[in-house]
Design a protein around this ligand. Structure first.
Ligand SMILES: [Zn+2]
Length: 119
């Protein structure tokens, strides 16, 4: 079984645990891996920022909470997969937070939008 370079796929000679042709291939591979991670982090951060912006836009000045149909969040592009924290109360209610803004599922169709109270 021959070993191939993780970066360019060339057949490798020499030690069995060798992973790259040379330093060039090693660097190129590591740079690409880092840029993939950076892109992933940028996308996640952008999605979190967008989610927070949507939640803020639903509360009017001075409101700390408001009942909103789930549909409205979906239409605005809220991505329910991206949260920063889930807080479950003693009564078993789970608040889903994006930084300081969050929501509580009231039913399948309704959410309660909340602003985190500083404690
Ligand atoms: Zn190579």
């Amino acid at each position: 079984m021959s070993n191939t370079c993780v970066n360019c796929g060339e057949v490798l000679n020499g030690r069995a645990d060798k992973k790259f042709c040379d330093n060039y291939c090693r660097n190129q591979f590591n740079n690409k891996k880092n840029s993939d991670v950076n892109n992933l982090m940028r996308n996640v951060n952008n999605t979190l920022r967008k989610n927070r912006r949507i939640l803020i836009s639903l509360l009017e000045n001075g409101e700390e909470m408001k009942k909103i149909p789930k549909d409205i969040l979906l239409k605005k592009g809220f991505d329910f997969k991206y949260l920063t924290e889930i807080y479950t109360t003693q009564k078993g209610k789970s608040y889903h937070y994006v930084y300081d803004m969050g929501y509580l599922n009231l039913s399948d169709d309704w959410l309660l939008i909340v602003q985190k109270i500083k404690d």
